[in-house]
Design a protein around this ligand. Structure first.
Ligand code: G1P
Ligand code: ZN
Length: 550
């Protein structure tokens, strides 16, 4: 039932949906779930209610955009009407509704907005039968911290009405300004804020010289949101050859692909980089532009190594010339970073999975560069991970050192040793059974602390708990972690970004001081076997092999 209030605002009665607790990165559900009446509205109203409890919205700006997946534009139109009814002073809507996650973070910061709503399910497929998501970012440009997402969730459980106005769909195809009651709605081009920021961090002149010298790269935009921006930066600004960016056009279904830049889903790029006439450098970004994949000729740079190498060479990049305050990685991420941090004499923080836990470290100036094993890397220039930033870091390192990615990796491993690393994902598991498997492991922790694996004694077996050194906020159940005497690790946790069933992630790391190039498999085999046995994967799920190995 909808009532029209005196000021023309429409108030519609609603009842709660019990499943609107945000996960690792916002609320992700099947697109059809979001398309059912009141589902999107309930969640967005809960976000606005929580925001309004902290600050009157009349003087505040809301940034709005998405990764272009199916349902992006209709959802944006709905949210515009709701944001007006909820009294925002200003709404900034990305042109065509297209905004990458890092650009969202940049715009919130440069325009001093209250925050933003980002419509994306990141690297998950798009389409009416695929995935959709909504993420709320706060004033620092980063994802809402757990304390805020929990308040939003509690609000969704008691919501009984949402607000909207009668307003025709806005034309998002061109920049424009509209005054609707007390709200100014602007359709804007987010590219300028974001590119200007990157230009301040990197030496575009040096990168132009690299391409002028004949350097060739291939960037796979995976038909996702970074395409137009990558064409602008790489081809138009830095002079990379036309056609350097492939699959550049954003599509609602990402061309039927899975916009996840890893060895499995970016296989076309991987094949190209393994071919005889491969370019010098390959890279890809995900659906919303925050993840990155880095490849050399016939060479894959794992995310943990990429993070460690960027930190190792950071002083070659103008923004980090004076050194780094500290670095951070999520707990399951390879410890390669820790060794570089130790050599630089800077702190290395270990946080739970998800970018939201880096926010306060970055805000407090404790951390300059951070990253995750899930192909995410970023720095204090934003409060999100940033795919194109990582690509520009690598181009800068290559330009400054003259090393190929393969040579840079070799030099790194010679200096620090190598963490052989893999993540094994078991997807589409029965949710209750998967939770039970992790619980069973949790129960066995005391016994596991005295066990041995792969010939090494266990030195730590726990369920990762975190306390922010900045705010004191705590987070529990970050994953079961088994650390061995030689620094090797097995980590087990359930994904918090899925939309159906459960995904169990098994992270394996084996450190070798004499590690060198070559496949990680043989080095990880004893850990993999132990992990399968610990989880009873065959007995519980009939699984012999992971769905995806990265
Ligand atoms: C996954 C990754 C995590 C990342 C998140 C959002 O979350 O593991 O590192 O921050 O996606 O991109 P998960 O599904 O494991 O909860
Ligand atoms: Zn993403």
């Amino acid at each position: 039932m909808t009532a029209t209030l005196a000021n023309g605002i429409l108030e519609t009665a609603t009842t709660p949906f019990p499943d609107q607790r945000p996960g690792t990165s916002g609320l992700r559900r099947k697109t059809r779930a979001f398309m059912q009446p009141r589902y999107l509205e309930n969640f967005v109203q809960a976000v606005f209610d929580v925001a309004a409890a902290d600050a009157p919205l009349a003087r505040e700006t809301l940034v709005l955009g998405g990764d272009g997946r199916y349902f992006n534009v209709p959802a944006i139109q709905t949210i515009i009407r709701m944001a007006i009814a909820n009294g925002f002073g200003r709404i900034l809507v990305a042109r065509d509704g297209l905004l990458s996650t890092p650009a969202m973070s940049a715009v919130i910061r440069t325009r001093m907005a209250l925050g933003g709503l980002m419509l994306s399910a990141s690297h998950n497929p798009g389409g009416i039968d695929a995935d959709f998501g909504v993420k709320f970012n706060v004033r620092n440009g980063g994802p809402a911290p757990e304390e805020v997402t929990e308040r939003i969730y509690r609000r969704t459980l008691e919501i009984d009405r949402f607000r909207s106005v009668r307003l025709a769909d806005l034309d998002l195809g061109r920049e424009s300004d509209h005054q609707v009651g007390a709200t100014r709605v602007s359709v804007f081009d987010p590219l300028a804020d974001y590119v200007a920021l990157l230009e301040r961090l990197f030496d575009f002149g040096a990168l132009r010289a690299l391409f002028r010298g004949g350097f060739r790269m291939c960037f796979d935009a995976m038909h996702a949101v970074t395409g137009p921006c990558a064409v602008h930066i790489l081809e138009e600004r830095l002079g990379a050859a036309a056609g350097t960016v492939v699959r550049a056009q954003p599509l609602p279904d990402f061309g039927g692909g899975h916009p996840d830049p890893n060895l499995v889903h970016a296989h076309a790029l991987v094949e190209r980089m393994n071919a005889a006439d491969a370019p010098d450098f390959g890279a890809a970004c995900d659906g919303d532009g925050d993840r990155n994949l880095i490849l050399g000729r016939g060479c894959f740079v794992s995310p943990g190594d990429s993070l460690a190498l960027i930190v190792e060479h950071a002083r070659r990049i103008p923004a980090y010339r004076d050194g780094l305050a500290g670095v951070a990685r999520s707990m399951p991420t390879s410890t390669a970073l820790d060794r570089v941090a130790a050599s630089l004499g800077i702190a290395c923080y270990e946080t739970p999975t998800g970018w939201k836990y880096f926010g306060d470290l970055l805000d407090a100036g404790l951390c300059s560069i951070c990253g995750e094993e899930s192909f995410g890397t970023g720095s204090d220039h934003l409060r999100e991970k940033d795919g194109l930033w990582a690509v520009l870091c690598w181009l800068s390192i290559i330009a400054a050192t003259g090393m190929t990615p393969a040579r840079a990796l070799d030099a790194h491993w010679r200096a620090f040793g190598r963490s052989y690393y893999q993540r094994h994902d078991f997807e589409d598991l029965d949710a209750a059974a998967a939770a039970e498997a992790v619980d069973a492991l949790r129960q066995r922790l005391p016994a596991l602390a005295a066990a041995r694996f792969a010939g090494e004694a266990v030195v730590l077996a726990d369920d990762f708990a975190y306390r922010s050194p900045v705010t004191g906020a705590t987070s529990e159940h970050g994953g079961i972690r088994i650390v061995l005497a030689d620094g090797s690790r097995m980590v087990f946790r359930l994904s918090g970004t899925g939309t159906a069933g459960a995904t169990l992630r098994v992270y394996l790391e084996r450190y070798r001081r004499d590690g060198a190039a070559g496949d990680p498999e043989p080095h990880l085999a004893p850990l993999l076997e132990a992990a399968h046995a610990l989880l009873q994967l065959r007995e519980r799920f009939g699984r012999e092999r992971a769905t995806v190995i990265t």
